[in-house]
Write a protein that binds this ligand. Sequence first.
Ligand code: ZN
Length: 285
Amino acid sequence: MKFLFLLLVAISSAYAQIRVVTTFSVLTDFVKIIGGDDVAVTTIVPLKSDPHTYQPTPTDVRAIANADLVIINGLGFEGWIERLIAASGYKGRVITAAEDVKPRTLMQKGVPTYDPHTWHDVQNAVLYVKTITKALVTHRPCKAGDIQKRSDAYQRELIDLDGWVRSMLNKIPQDKRLVVTTHDAFWYFGQAYNVIFLSPVGISTDAEPSAASVARLIKMIKREKIQAVFIENLSSKRLIEQISKETGVAIDGTLYADSLADGNAQSYIATVKLNTQTIANGFFS
Ligand code: ZN
């Protein structure tokens, strides 16, 4: 009897969905695509909130407490995650999606700090997908075949996307590839696809830029005759509007920096395409 009970428990846990908690929307998209019906995903930071400055709620504490797996970006993106996990009592595995990515290190107030926005280079997104795949397979080995199949198909889509971004931006003359956006979220995109991003705000959105650094940026926009200036989906528009007014350079659209969005930007692939198109159109406007 006891054996039968244990067998039933084993069978039902093998078929139950893996309860995955992710910190933000990009990771949720990856987990849903790779995990399919084998996962039930909860996202901590809602689409319209800024992951850098997010304040966890009691609902988040409960979600983590009930999770089978927690997946974070890492590299300091979610400054609040350690306290949240500690508060929940969660003792399971915490997967850092960016663990195999080579991060950019910056000195901030004398302290070496990672730039966490690694997913904007599509080849890094492939590394995220591989890390998440390994975590799901380790957690549910009996589903390894399905998980790996979905992951392989998605990785092929990402490799195609990487080529597409490159071909879109290759049309732009090299000396024109300077753009301005709100915060320093696109360095990895710039490195991968040969675009230089300038921004008044640093790698986190929790600090206001100094008047001097805004003035320096305005000077540079005028000197370099920068044509492409963008706002971001989550950040305040005020600063970029001021810069646009003082330089006479029109705002060329919205970039999706730290989250996906409702409407046309509901998936990672869609946001990369939108960002690329917005940037390319900015050069030709
Ligand atoms: Zn950011």
